[in-house]
Design a protein around this ligand. Structure first.
Ligand code: PRX
Length: 635
């Protein structure tokens, strides 16, 4: 029996039981099967939840790019590794074969070396979805540099915070990016950020929109001429299993973004294994994940997981609405996509449009559909199943997180009977627990609680860059000997899991993870604002949207409220990015507070949700009178 590809549901259950009985043997067999190791491990796993410390495949030596590129060259060298579909449908798609990818990654790696980047140095990548993004990631991994990709929709302040947190030496960016009918001047965002980033020595600039930009003498360099000159082979740096591979920032419920640190061997084994099984990838399939590589989904399931399997992975530069709402379906037809992996928010947005956009395209190449990033509501699930999958393609609703590195709960296509809104069963090796308010594990079915993981898995983040204490407090202190996800979940009568949403102050907006505290900090920067509180409320396209309650300073001055709203959102855009803008801003006289001064978000959340009949007991509040006013002026 091959452990690498699960073939029946019975085999899944067998493997699952084995993975619990003997996790080391289970993961060892998977790691043995398909990878190039320069040296095998001494120990499969070693862990201590109290420190917390997790080591997978200790003693092993490898380079992940040898696994993602070199080993495929002899067997599928001419096969397309990366299929680049540009923003503009009239621009030709680019097929980058495994041979070509090898050459381009090696050249890029040599450029990094020439520019003084060494093993362990951090390189910040701030690029649109163009091939250079995937290639620069792999080039870092080739020489052992730690990449930190920052989503190119983030503002200059957000970029600077992330560069400074990991003290990156280099930024890789482009002159600009295309986004539908718009162009975005990325380079000037970088320039602004770098005014406060002393660690940056070099900026490499890819040409994409051919705009007229300035290069700062001694710091900025065009990428193309350097690549042209570079040698086309680069011996991979041999890495230890637990050497850092990348940092990726994610929002926390409080404070600065958390630089989740992922390491080499475990991440590779897990993303490769889960890619193969969750998407049921076969040799001639053309797989498309619509996420941006700036998020974990793109790292694990556009770059590393697919390439480790020798897959053809599509990189799409554009947006679902350009040139019209049929773009996704057009691309599926054009490239005969077999696996399509997207976000519920995109499905909801496209479901609002005329069905002709879907029906006018031949989607018969599709075999598996996937969703990720937020709960998918029943209506969107059925729309996807009926109109895109034509009721013949399984939908894999995949639950996971930046912190988990790879998919944790998901149906296996054609094996696990799907159930709308349920991510269904844990993948082999993943031991889940639901925990009650007292911290006790809830056994049995038809129960709900806080979702935790009781046993380590290979791709879990090992730390928060520069702040191991915060890693411990956020994920390992709520309950002993387990990882706390921050999500609530229920387990139905057959043991299927359904994620019910965050139980902390993180709100998922259009699949993006947003902490309320940093947004409140931005709102409070407005000179007219005294205090604010942000909660989520249901939104039919975004899943959740943000509702801000804002107290203004008493200056005696009359301000136009609409202008204030615009100014507040402008500050949020500058500090974080447009994704964090507030949909509703209500100006209030006061916020409901406990006697110790803590804002009662539960009440604000209910008001935003329009659940006014069960606000609970407000009499214990410090200022119960404000609640009535807030309700009266609710937006
Ligand atoms: O609340 C869960 C939600 O997204 C959170 C993780 O966000 P992020 O780290 O940005 O990673 C997103 C891509 C992996 C989770 O804590 N989430 C993710 N997938 C699902 C989900 N909620 C419900 N169903 C899902 N399939």
């Amino acid at each position: 029996m091959s452990n690498y590809h699960v073939k029946t549901l019975e085999e899944y259950f067998q493997l699952y039981r084995k993975s619990v009985r003997n996790p080391e043997l289970f993961w060892e067999e998977i790691a043995e099967e398909h990878f190039v190791w320069r040296k095998k491990w001494d120990k499969v796993v070693e862990y201590d939840f109290s420190k917390p410390e997790f080591k997978w495949f200790e003693g092993a030596k490898l380079n992940i790019t040898e696994n993602c590129i070199d080993r495929h060259i002899h067997i599928r060298g001419d096969k397309t590794a990366i299929l680049f579909e540009p923003n503009n449908p009239d621009e030709e798609a680019e097929h980058i074969s495994y041979k070509e990818l090898h050459k381009r990654v090696c050249k890029f790696a040599n450029v990094l070396k020439e520019q003084g980047i060494k093993k362990g140095d951090r390189v910040c990548i701030y690029l649109p979805m163009i091939p250079e993004l995937a290639i620069s990631i792999l080039a870092c991994a080739r020489i052992g540099a730690v990449h930190s990709v920052v989503f190119a929709g983030f503002s200059s302040t957000a970029l600077a915070t992330r560069i400074n947190d990991c003290e990156a030496k280099m930024v890789i960016t482009s002159d600009g990016s295309y986004r539908g009918a718009k162009t975005i001047d990325l380079k000037s965002i970088v320039d602004e950020a770098l005014e406060s980033c002393p660690s940056i020595e070099t900026v490499l600039v890819a040409k994409r929109i051919h705009s007229d930009i300035e290069l700062k003498e001694g710091r900025d360099k065009w990428l193309a001429p350097l690549l042209e000159e570079a040698y086309q082979d680069c011996v991979p740096e041999i890495m230890d299993a637990e050497d850092p591979l990348f940092i990726l920032y994610t929002s926390g419920s409080t404070g600065s973004p958390k630089g989740m640190l992922h390491t080499t061997a475990g991440y590779m084994v897990y993303t490769a294994y889960t890619f193969k099984n969750v998407f049921n990838y076969k040799e001639n399939d053309v797989y498309w994940c619509t996420a941006d590589i700036g998020w974990i989904t793109g790292h694990s399931y556009i770059v590393y997981g697919p390439l480790a399997n020798g897959a053809t992975t599509v990189m799409f530069e554009g947006v679902p609405s350009y040139p019209d709402f049929g773009r996704f379906w057009e691309v599926i037809e054009k490239h005969k996509i077999t696996q399509f992996y997207t976000a519920p928010t995109a499905i909801r947005a496209l479901a609002k449009e005329n069905l002709d956009f879907v029906d006018s395209h031949d989607l018969s190449s599709l075999k598996v559909l996937g969703t990720v990033g937020e709960p998918i509501n029943e209506e969107a699930w059925h729309w996807y199943n009926d109109n895109v999958g034509k009721k013949k393609n399984p939908i894999v609703d995949t639950w996971w997180q930046t912190e988990t590195g790879g998919i944790m709960i998901s149906p296996l296509p054609y094996l696990t009977p799907t159930k709308p809104t349920y991510a269904t069963l844990p993948l082999p090796g993943i031991q889940l627990a639901l925990i009650d308010e007292k911290g006790k594990e809830i056994k049995g079915n038809q129960v709900d609680g806080r979702l935790c993981v009781k046993y380590p898995w290979p791709s879990m983040a090992r730390s928060i860059w520069g702040n191991h204490q915060r890693y411990k407090e956020t994920y390992f202190s709520a309950y002993d000997n387990m990882y706390f996800t921050g999500d609530g979940a229920l387990r139905d009568e057959v043991g299927y899991y359904r994620i019910t949403g965050r139980v902390d102050d993180v709100i998922i907006v259009s699949g993006h993870n947003l902490g309320t505290a940093p947004i409140e900090d931005s709102v409070n920067e407005h000179p007219a604002v005294a205090e604010s509180a942000i909660v989520g409320f249901p939104h039919d396209v975004k899943g959740n949207a943000l509702y801000g309650y804002v107290i203004l300073k008493e200056t005696g001055e009359e301000r136009n409220q609409d202008n204030l709203r615009k100014e507040i959102n402008q500050i949020i855009t500058e500090h974080i990015g447009p994704i964090a803008k507030l949909d509703k801003i209500q100006f209030v006289e006061g916020l409901p507070k406990t006697r110790s001064g803590k804002i009662m978000r539960r009440i604000l959340r209910k008001i935003a949700h329009n659940e006014l009949s069960n606000l609970g007991d407000v009499s214990t509040l410090l200022n119960p009178e404000v609640v009535e006013n807030i309700i009266k002026e609710r937006l």
